[in-house]
Design a protein around this ligand. Structure first.
Ligand code: PEP
Length: 249
């Protein structure tokens, strides 16, 4: 059985004052029936990890470098671990676009993250033009083939299907469209890594998940949770999403 996961990506939002939202989340979900992961900006990671210490909620980074040392402005995977992270988001579409990150680079970052014991939440998804040209499954197949290293397991890998056109827009694919992509990803994972690993990797949907659409999305086949941007910033929005996931478990 895959344990469900509600993951929040705070992106470049939040100062120390925002940590009251995290404290609220921690007290509202002291014995959750699902895993909860919050990925704050790097400046808040150590503080957030300290707040979540001795609570089941875990913290993660939003990116890491492939190496360490002379790379001004970057963060190594080992530094994320040192700041208390158990996971790192890799290949978010905003990094693929803003920083021109390639599938090859994301695969090398994942290798570096796995080497220090981090779980990687690797994101993939199509643009609107690719969806309209009926290329979604080809794009996902290529991203899967190239962004995943060979050392993936059900413990160190979580995949997030995030259609780029659904992120932060309020647009959401139909439930059939979400199910089609998640079933496709599951089949590809089983083919590449074998049924044991392929069936144990958790698949998250991401893109405009809100309290009012979470339950129907969580009922879709092979949706094991969500990667949530905007609605993870406030406890009052994220809590009902977590509760909807618990009810679906
Ligand atoms: C995201 O950026 O990963 C995301 C899913 O954002 P939002 O929930 O705001 O669409």
């Amino acid at each position: 059985m895959r344990r469900k996961l509600a993951a929040g990506n705070w992106k470049m939002n939040g100062t120390s004052a925002t940590l009251t939202e995290l404290s609220g989340l921690i007290s509202a979900h002291d014995t959750p029936d699902v895993d909860i992961l919050i990925c704050p900006p790097a400046t808040l990671l150590a503080q957030a990890s300290a707040l979540a210490k001795s609570h089941p909620l875990t913290t993660g980074g939003q990116d890491c470098h492939t190496a360490a040392g002379a790379h001004t402005g970057d963060i190594s995977a080992a530094m994320l671990v040192d700041a208390g992270a158990t996971a790192v988001i890799l290949g978010h579409s905003e990094r693929r676009v803003d920083h021109e990150e390639s599938n090859d680079l994301i695969r090398e970052k994942a290798r570096a993250a796995h080497a220090v014991g981090l779980t990687t939440v690797i994101c993939m998804g199509e643009s609107l033009a690719q969806r309209e040209a009926a290329n979604t499954l080809d794009i996902i197949a290529a991203q899967l083939a190239m962004s995943l290293p060979d050392d993936c397991t059900g413990e160190n890998l979580v995949l997030a299907y995030e259609p780029i056109w659904a992120i932060g827009t309020g647009l959401v694919p139909t439930l059939d469209q979400i199910g089609e992509v998640h079933d496709f990803i599951r089949a590809r994972l089983e083919r590449r890594f074998g049924p044991g690993v392929g069936r144990s990797v958790r698949l998250l949907y991401g893109g405009s998940v809100k309290p009012d659409n979470a339950a129907e999305i969580f009922a879709v086949s092979n949706v094991d949770g969500a990667l949530v941007g905007g609605a993870s910033l406030k406890q009052s929005d994220f809590s009902p999403i977590i509760t909807a996931l618990e009810k679906s478990a």
